[in-house]
Design a protein around this ligand. Structure first.
Ligand code: URA
Length: 428
């Protein structure tokens, strides 16, 4: 591989120029190997933050990140593979009911997930609330489970796009996360390396999301759909509402319990609606003609959930952990709930012990927040609005502080945005 001068490449991007194919390959490889320093890559990330990457640069950048690690291969499976990725939101437990539901309809869903950092919870942290469940699987174990059960939710190994791991950590401490090309390359490099044939993206928009406006979310969705389809992964995106937290719970075990309610045919209407919308897209991408709503009613999705949990050592029938302390926060006024701040609810759950402040910290399985009314519903002053759950009561005051001003009340029912706002495909 040719050698380039990192300073010259940074200067080119800083001044609005393009990076050539070989220069991108070299930069990503050399950064992963420690030849290009963190200081230099921080400057490059900031230059890209301001100048962007064009479509050709972005495809090359994504491929170069994939080429730093392994690519998984699911071509031996008898089922078509299809995965989902969400850009993240408070109370977003959709992966939990969705993966077994889509598996119950005949697809293989290889969900390589992460742990939470900050105010949004990680899927693995949620499942670890189930007694006995383990997140780490070998590649042969994963393949066997995909063939027999059809769904795996497990930890992404260090071998997938290692360049992204290093670059993401650097971006996190240099205020360069919020760049559409770098977010797109980061997410898509991992999903393409994972080897799924099809992918449905849930791009969140609104006050509780990374992307606050519909225009930003549309740009992110369009960019990721472009990268996926260019790499041969059949990719579509739904842009979905994250003005308010999803469902009625935020917190690891609490979200597992809510997901099980959905699999049993109940659960909050927004969680059910989004799960079914994503399931329909995933099945269409996989070429499977099945009705996911019927799989919820018939109990097939619940059977797939139990099989998925058991295959990874968990007991799906064991009681979930219950917090040692709870405290109720009452509604302050009569009226219709017209706003619930997703960030505030996420922060409260985090402060109660559901999330971690630094990598590797233990999370509490039972900590979190339950809300007893959703936006649009009528409430009366004094009725329970939130219940706070924690094993460590000294955390409760700080969680309550996070919720001060988190809701608004109105005298008439507010206008609500639909759960699914737009669909972006290669043809859009
Ligand atoms: N999630 C990722 O995996 N990467 C980003 O850059 C942002 C969110």
């Amino acid at each position: 591989m040719s050698t380039f001068d990192a300073v010259e490449l940074i200067r080119t991007k800083r001044d609005g120029g393009r990076l050539g194919d070989e220069a991108i390959d070299w930069l990503i490889r050399a950064y992963t190997d420690g030849v290009v320093t963190d200081e230099q890559m921080s400057a490059m990330a900031m230059a890209i933050f301001f100048r962007g990457l064009d479509a050709t640069e972005l495809t090359r950048w994504t491929n170069a990140m994939i080429d730093t690690g392994e690519r998984m291969d699911f071509s031996s499976l008898s089922r078509p593979t299809v995965d989902k990725h969400s850009t993240g939101g408070v109370g977003d437990k959709i992966t939990l009911p969705l993966a077994p539901l889509v598996a119950a309809c005949g697809a293989a869903v290889p969900q390589l997930s992460g742990r939470g950092l900050g105010h949004t919870g990680g899927t693995l942290d949620k499942l670890e609330a189930i007694p006995g469940w383990r997140a780490s699987l070998t590649n042969p174990e994963m393949l066997a489970q995909l063939e027999s059960v059809g769904a795996v939710i497990c930890a992404a190994g260090a071998g997938l796009a290692p360049a992204d791991k290093k670059l993401y950590a650097l971006r996190d401490v240099t205020a360069t996360i919020e760049s559409i090309p770098m977010i797109s390359a980061s997410i898509m490099s991992k999903k393409i390396a994972e080897g799924t044939a099809s992918l449905v993206l849930d791009v969140k928009t609104g006050a509780g999301a990374f992307m606050k406006t519909l225009a930003q979310s549309r740009a992110l969705a369009t960019t990721m759909v472009g990268i996926g389809n260019a790499a041969g992964v059949n990719t579509v995106a739904l842009i979905t509402n994250m003005d308010t937290p999803l469902g009625r719970t935020a917190g690891n075990g609490l979200e597992v319990a809510e997901s099980v309610e959905v699999l049993a045919g109940g659960g909050p209407a927004d969680v059910v609606e989004l799960t079914l919308a994503l399931a329909r897209e995933m099945l269409a991408c996989a070429g499977i003609d099945a009705d996911p709503a019927a799989a919820l009613v018939s109990g097939k999705a619940m059977d797939a959930w139990k099989a998925m949990i058991r295959a990874q050592g968990g007991d799906p029938d064991a009681p979930l952990p219950v917090a040692r302390h709870t405290e109720v926060v009452p509604a302050e006024a009569d009226g219709y709930l017209s706003r619930m701040d997703a960030m505030a609810v996420g922060l409260a759950a985090w402060r109660l012990g559901a999330g971690r402040a630094v990598q590797g910290e233990q999370v509490q399985a039972a900590a979190g927040v339950t809300w007893h009314a959703a936006v649009g519903e009528p409430v009366q002053a004094g009725q329970p609005l939130f219940t706070l759950h924690t094993d460590t009561p000294e955390r409760i005051e700080r969680a309550k502080e996070a919720l001060v001003g988190a809701v608004d009340y109105a005298s008439a029912p507010p206008e609500l945005r639909p759960v699914v706002l737009e669909r972006i495909s290669a043809e859009s």
